[in-house]
Ligand binder design. Structure first.
Ligand code: TNX
Length: 535
């Protein structure tokens, strides 16, 4: 008996050595409501994790791994006599009425995460994870608190272009882990573009053997970039098996992956593999430099639609989410203007001009998506010449496209380049690493308000959320990608999740600093450009 008692005391269950200050809450995104109580819960091997009915044990197991990775503490999975301190996960949709919402309470003996749904429990665990400081300890002190939290927007997105540069599946998995940590729930995967086709399509093998690789005959072109002068074969693609694996991995983290298949423009890679899909018949070249290219899918050619519907069939089968993104941006009409087939199509369909031909193109694709039970998502240029019904618009050239679409009663996702492009410079230093031409420092992202003031409340409800985009022209490595994306992603997280009224940049920046070592422990190297003086 005495020995048992001693063991319990030595185990330090529920008590903290005096002098341990209560750690502060340094959460990103900032929760809707949080109060600290002054109590402390000690997370140790004596803590027992209890998973309530209706919940899978997997998130709990992953939380346990996370704690181990951050500290050294191995929390227990079962209650025992010695494990009287518990961490309880439970579902209760009435206690937290908002989807994806949760309540987190921490007192000296008990941590409770109550989720509206599984996503809510998951997000409660992400918040709890953020309370675990990086270090090496046998015990971790969690601050006593009561948190009520739920998202402002249902769509909280992050985009990544894997055409201009390609990243290994493991890098993408690490990336998804971090997105989830910041409560981002959508990953927009830009899979095709002029510089490479990155998804396996079984029916069209030349997409793998030809379109997936840059055309070496172009290397040395005057607009090519220095790092591409190495004359090496650059390219690759994700197999359908890898895609399925990634989709599953994302789903476990409550992230939906939206694939993007670009049309009618940004199609050089596909045309190189299948030149009969272009207006001139080629030859075409998978690009080795950046920009907008005149050769696009021929809108007068039935083969184009047969190809694209086949491709979309395979893609739709791989991604369970409701949306397919069909691009639609930056499609020059140069070829269509002089292509006899396109001109004939314009006449036959009683269209006015090439802009309406683009609209016809997108409408045909949208009808096909409807047969697959998918919703169409496209860049704001799909407004040109008339939007197909039920299309959702991603407003990137500014906010105007989003405003217009919302007024027409369409859903929109706001991604205006001047505010949320993560390929743009984050500093004005001439010595900063090369980036695309714009300037979106951390504070500009943080101050971006996704709901345009011009909208009425009813129109504003069409703003489903906000997304940041990462185009990888100037990001040949995962390291460069991380430098550009972090910590700006943390600002996106907060504008997508937290209540608008709570924005406070200096306070946010303080929290960002505390997240720097956390990210580094996770193998992500954020930039610290926010500390560069006079920028
Ligand atoms: C415009 S944003 C593009 C991309 C480029 C990006 C560079 C969008 C829909 N299209 O093709 O990579 O600018 O910032």
């Amino acid at each position: 008996r005495l020995i048992l008692l001693l063991l319990v005391l030595l185990g330090g269950v529920g008590t903290m050595p005096t002098g341990w200050a209560q750690p502060a809450l340094s959460l990103i995104p900032r929760p809707v409501q949080a109060t600290t109580t002054g109590q402390v819960f000690v997370l140790s091997r004596h803590t027992a994790l209890q998973v309530g009915p209706g919940l899978s044990a997997e998130p709990a197991t992953r939380f346990r791994q996370y704690v181990q990775q951050m500290s050294r503490v191995e929390i227990g999975l079962k209650s025992t006599k010695r494990r009287t301190d518990v961490l309880v996960l439970q579902l209760d949709s009435t206690a937290v009425p908002q989807p994806e919402g949760y309540k987190l309470t921490i007192d000296s003996r008990r941590v409770t995460v109550t989720g509206h749904d599984e996503a809510g429990v998951f997000y409660g665990l992400q918040t709890l994870s953020q309370l675990v400081p990086p270090g090496k300890a046998d015990r971790v002190a969690l601050p006593g608190c009561t948190i009520t939290d739920y998202p402002r927007f249902a769509y909280r997105g992050m985009h990544l272009d894997v055409s201009r540069h390609l990243f290994p599946v493991d890098t993408l998995k690490k990336w998804l882990d971090v997105l989830a940590f910041y409560k981002i729930n959508t990953f927009h995967w830009h899979l095709t573009d002029d510089q490479g086709w990155r998804i396996e399509i079984k029916k069209y093998p030349r997409l793998q053997t030809v379109a997936a690789f840059r055309d070496e005959t172009l290397i040395g072109h005057k607009r090519d970039l220095p790092h591409r002068f190495d004359g090496q074969r650059y390219g690759g693609y994700y197999s359908q098996e890898e895609v399925r694996d990634l989709v599953r991995y994302a789903a476990q983290r409550h992230i939906t992956i939206i694939p993007e298949i670009e049309l009618p423009g940004h199609a050089s890679a596909a045309l190189t593999a299948y030149p009969e899909l272009g207006c001139t018949g080629g030859p075409y070249h998978t690009a080795t430099f950046w920009g907008v290219f005149d050769d696009v899918y021929c809108a007068g050619n039935e083969a184009t639609f047969a190809f694209l519907t086949d491709v979309l069939d395979e893609v739709a089968a791989l991604f369970p989410g409701q949306y397919l993104h069909i691009g639609g941006d930056e499609c020059p009409k140069t070829r269509w203007k002089v292509c006899p087939k396109c001109q004939r199509r314009i006449q036959e369909e009683h269209l006015r001009d090439e802009r309406e031909l683009q609209s016809y193109f997108v409408r045909r694709i949208s009808r096909h998506l409807a047969t697959l039970n998918k919703r169409l998502l496209g860049w704001d240029e799909i407004l040109e010449g008339g939007l197909p019904p039920a299309a959702t618009v991603m407003s990137w050239t500014g906010e105007q496209g989003g405003i217009e679409a919302a007024r027409l009663g369409h859903d929109v996702v706001m991604t205006p380049e001047k505010q949320v492009y993560l390929d743009y410079f984050q500093t004005l230093y001439p010595t900063d690493s090369l980036a695309a031409g714009g300037y979106t420092p951390l504070r500009r992202l943080y101050r971006y308000e996704p709901v345009p003031a011009e909208l009425t409340p009813a129109q504003a409800r069409h703003v489903r959320g906000v997304q940041a985009n990462v185009w990888t022209e100037y990001m040949p490595t995962a390291g460069k990608l991380e430098y550009m994306v972090f910590p700006r992603l943390l600002a996106l997280s907060e504008i997508a999740w937290s209540p608008r009224a709570e924005r406070d940049y200096p306070a946010f920046l303080q929290r960002v600093r505390t997240h720097d070592p956390v990210l580094r422990r996770r193998g992500v190297a954020p930039s610290r450009t926010y500390d560069w003086v006079n920028d």
